[in-house]
Design a protein around this ligand. Structure first.
Ligand code: SAM
Length: 267
């Protein structure tokens, strides 16, 4: 990589950190270059420096969003970390029996597999309309996929058969390698763009917040900042659910661990 490309890639890393809060280490330079290469070609820019200068022009918001989308890691799947869905089934029954509405926030929902998995379980176990799911992400392109609810057929491997039957439609013809979440379930999940590094623009309080496999990308100070804001939106006694490979220990007070990767907000 030429010295000028290297310095442009560093410029992209700084831009990405300012937008998302995620700081990519220097050894990710090649990865960043690779992820942006298709845009360099599509926009016919001579090199990364030209592309960076163009991206940074005032008013070039759509391209700025594309760069953020390309640099985020969006890996997810249906029913990932299955214990959390057992907990959802238990809460759905508890809230149903108490006649209370169960409010869930999937706070880095990627392309929607996580909130749709939660929705299937809540619908199944609450047996009524007493539940709400808000799902958010920083990446607009992921949110587009999520709202559409159309996935490659191989992604259905982890969806239990009875849920596939009840909540999904198998594609036909041009869509034969895909499946779709039925509209009746899709319309129960509200998707919106929320940047975890900014103030959460809502005054809703949730009974459970999924913050899974996203803290891992932030340094300790940013993790603390994110956790503080997220916890403000959690009800006393509400659950915070993180990824199994993550930890919040030593980062924030007022949470009690109740099972691996699940915490309760204390009084
Ligand atoms: C690895 S995915 C996790 C998806 C899902 N929670 C799961 O566990 O399967 C991480 C997601 O975090 C999102 N993300 C990264 N930085 C973010 C930020 N500052 N605000 C909101 N979402 C962010 C990414 O766009 C990505 O979709």
């Amino acid at each position: 990589m030429s010295a000028s490309d290297e310095s442009a890639i560093e410029g992209f890393m700084r831009f990405f950190e300012a937008e998302s809060g995620i700081s990519l280490s220097r050894n990710k330079q090649y990865l960043v270059a690779q992820r942006l290469e298709s845009r360099l070609r599509a926009t016919k820019k001579k090199n990364y420096a030209d592309y960076l200068a163009w991206v940074q022009l005032a008013g070039n918001e759509p391209e700025k969003r594309l760069v953020v989308d390309l640099l985020t890691t969006n890996e997810t799947s249906f029913f990932r970390e299955v214990d959390h869905f057992k907990l959802m089934a238990k809460l759905a029954k508890e809230y149903r029996d108490a006649g209370k509405v169960l409010r869930i926030w999937s706070a880095a929902c990627s392309s929607g597999e996580e909130p749709y998995s939660i929705a299937m379980v809540l619908d199944q176990y609450s047996g009524n309309n007493f539940w709400e799911i808000d799902a958010s992400d920083l990446s607009e392109s992921m949110l587009d996929i999520a709202r559409q609810g159309l996935y490659p057929l191989r992604a259905s491997d982890r969806v239990p058969q009875r849920y596939l039957k009840q909540y999904c439609l198998r594609g036909r013809g041009a869509y034969q390698d895909q499946f779709m979440i039925k509209e009746s379930l899709r319309k129960r999940v509200y998707f919106c763009n929320r940047n975890l590094m900014s103030d959460v623009d809502c005054d809703k309080i949730y009974d459970a917040i999924f913050l899974r496999n996203v803290l891992i990308y932030f340094d300790a100070n940013k993790k603390k900042r994110i956790l503080q804001k997220v916890i403000e939106r959690l009800a006393i006694g509400g659950r915070l659910i993180i990824g199994h490979a993550e930890s919040v220990l030593g980062l924030i007070d007022g949470l009690e661990q109740v099972q691996p990767s699940v915490y309760i907000k204390a009084k």
